[in-house]
Ligand binder design. Structure first.
Ligand SMILES: Cc1cc2nc3c(=O)[nH]c(=O)nc-3n(C[C@H](O)[C@H](O)[C@H](O)COP(=O)(O)OP(=O)(O)OC[C@H]3O[C@@H](n4cnc5c(N)ncnc54)[C@H](O)[C@@H]3O)c2cc1C
Ligand SMILES: *[C@@H]1O[C@H](CO)[C@@H](O)[C@H](O)[C@H]1NC(C)=O
Ligand SMILES: *[C@@H]1O[C@H](CO)[C@@H](O)[C@H](O)[C@H]1NC(C)=O
Ligand SMILES: *[C@@H]1O[C@H](CO)[C@@H](O)[C@H](O)[C@H]1NC(C)=O
Length: 463
């Protein structure tokens, strides 16, 4: 028997993807006393800006997960829900729409192309996963005659040979596409608000200072920076890369690490706007190798903003922050949006090689942004009861691939409440002892500190 019921009071810390997804599923299941706290009022920003990973123009939706079949299947499931949300948006009444909430789509099947000097092992593993799922015909190896023929038949042909003068090999994956991240989060928050979920966001009232517990580790609620105490039956910590600040036990298991985002403002030249629109241009990943954390990705133009967003993979930086006498986990460096000189130099070379036409027409870097990953030692999300405490769930660890699961991560929290944890996912997402894992994300062994790097200046951003 669960000690919680539909009237239990539930506090969620964080209104990013993990917090929203949790509230979404809890409210689907009939829980009706949910309050979400966030130090930033992301809804009023329409989830654009605010220095959190979830608050962003767009993210990659992908179903390819090398040999990790469980994420592959979870992504296939989440896509269906994104598609349903798009339909739901079409069905909203005009009176429900406003500047934030529009009928612009949330998921866009523009495809994704990966280019490299050769077909890598990474690529071969992906192709094998798709074959196993019976989806091999959604993949187009760029120089495979049969695949080219099939691409032409299925309307993907025009996305195969984007850079004829550059000799790269690769694969076009037609199951991947864009999630318009800000629209997706705004929509979910809108739904939650209309169902009566309470939001306390922004300023000191929204910023959680402490999780309140008694001497036995029994959690009672939270305190906020306005001096208030909020009591609840259950607290769910979903504060992304800041989580370790409120729960130092996460140190070495899940910490914040920096990611690099660049906005290119594309000139209002009709031919360029068309050429780089999602109808004609897929997401491009160039020499992206997760194993070595290298390479660059670029999205087609997001309208109406007119932005092509670039993400740069490189070994990440940390910001170790003492939270008590023993622990100094990495949490986001406050208000830093500059990228390092090394990264900007690499991006400029990339733009010169692939997009001379944009440079010719005066494309500009309009924004740089440091967004923080919530990395877990072994890349698997953490959704579990916190050990040695009661009434506290931790829901975090997106590790750079969590956004695409906005529609369906929350159900694993519901499973915890219902004691329904003997499934593959809840087992994988359990709290774990970091010492026994290989450090695939550089959490133990990384001493690269962001504040010590040489940053690019405004002049360095000139193309
Ligand atoms: C650069 C980058 C690129 C990515 N690309 C992709 C991609 O292409 N595809 C994909 O699927 N995933 C991607 N991800 C991963 C995805 O964005 C994350 O997994 C997801 O957004 C994490 O959501 P979250 O809710 O855990 O954290 P966050 O979005 O960081 O949200 C945490 C929230 O907690 C709030 N908070 C923190 N501390 C407190 C406090 N004390 N009190 C109150 N509120 C607090 C913050 O304000 C914030 O709103 C990417 C991540 C990064 C960084
Ligand atoms: C929700 O929970 C809070 C905290 O326990 C309580 O004060 C409030 O009355 C509850 N609201 C409803 C509608 O049950
Ligand atoms: C929980 O408490 C036990 C006993 O004090 C301790 O050995 C263990 O390390 C604790 N677990 C965590 C994750 O803190
Ligand atoms: C919510 O979670 C429950 C329990 O895990 C699941 O059965 C249900 O399908 C989920 N709902 C949505 C919309 O994801």
């Amino acid at each position: 028997m669960s000690k919680y019921n539909k009237d239990s009071s539930i506090i969620i810390i964080g209104s990013g993807v993990f917090g929203l997804s949790t509230a979404y599923n809890l409210s689907n299941e009939g829980y009706r006393n949910i309050t979400i706290f966030d130090k930033t009022d992301l809804y009023s920003l329409s989830y654009l800006g605010g220095n959190t990973a979830s608050s962003d123009l767009n993210k990659v939706f992908r179903e390819f997960y090398e040999s990790k079949d469980h994420y592959h299947k979870l992504a296939i499931e989440s896509r269906k829900i994104f598609e349903k949300w798009d339909q739901d948006l079409q069905n909203l009444k005009n009176s429900e729409l406003n500047e934030k909430l529009t009928r612009l789509k949330i998921i866009d099947d523009c495809g994704l192309i990966r280019l490299d000097s050769e077909i890598t092992d990474y690529e071969l593993n992906n192709l094998e996963t798709f074959s196993k799922s019976g989806l091999r015909d959604t993949q187009f190896v760029l120089d495979d005659l049969q695949d080219i023929k099939r691409a032409n038949q299925q309307g993907w042909g025009h996305k195969l040979d984007l850079f004829p003068s550059l000799k790269y090999k690769g694969v076009l994956d037609s199951t991947s596409g864009i999630i318009y991240a800000s629209r997706a989060c705004t929509y979910v928050q809108y739904v939650l608000r209309s169902r009566g979920v309470k939001f306390i966001t922004g300023s000191e009232a929204g910023q959680v200072k402490q999780i309140l517990e008694d001497d036995n580790g029994e959690v009672k609620g939270i305190s906020t920076f306005d001096g208030k105490h909020h009591y609840s039956d259950l607290v769910i910590l979903a504060a992304g890369p800041w989580s370790a600040k409120l729960l130092p036990q996460l140190t070495r298991l899940s910490e914040g690490q920096s990611g690099n985002v660049i906005h290119l403002k594309v000139p209002q030249v009709i031919s360029l706007q068309a050429k780089y629109s999602p109808e004609n241009f897929p997401i491009l990943l160039w020499k992206v190798n997760p194993k070595y954390r290298s390479g660059i990705g670029i999205f087609p133009i997001t309208k109406p903003e007119g932005i092509m967003k670039i993400i740069v993979l490189q070994p990440k930086f940390r910001n170790p922050t003492p939270v008590n006498d023993q622990q100094a986990p990495s949490i986001p460096l406050h208000d830093e949006s500059r990228l390092t000189k090394v990264i900007i130099t690499k991006v400029k070379q990339f733009i010169q090689e692939f997009f001379p036409d944009l440079i010719e027409h005066g494309v500009k870097i309009s924004k740089t942004e440091v967004l923080w990953y919530t990395d877990v030692i072994n890349n698997d999300f953490i959704i579990d009861w916190v050990p040695n405490k009661s009434n506290l769930i931790i829901m975090t660890g997106g590790s750079g691939h969590g956004f695409k699961f906005l529609p369906n991560l929350g159900k694993f929290v519901v499973n915890l409440l219902h004691g329904d944890v003997n499934n593959q996912y809840n087992q994988i997402f359990k709290w774990r002892n970091p010492e026994i894992y290989e450090d695939v994300n550089g959490i133990r062994d990384n001493d690269r500190v962001l504040s010590e790097q040489e940053f690019a200046s405004i002049e360095d951003l000139q193309l």
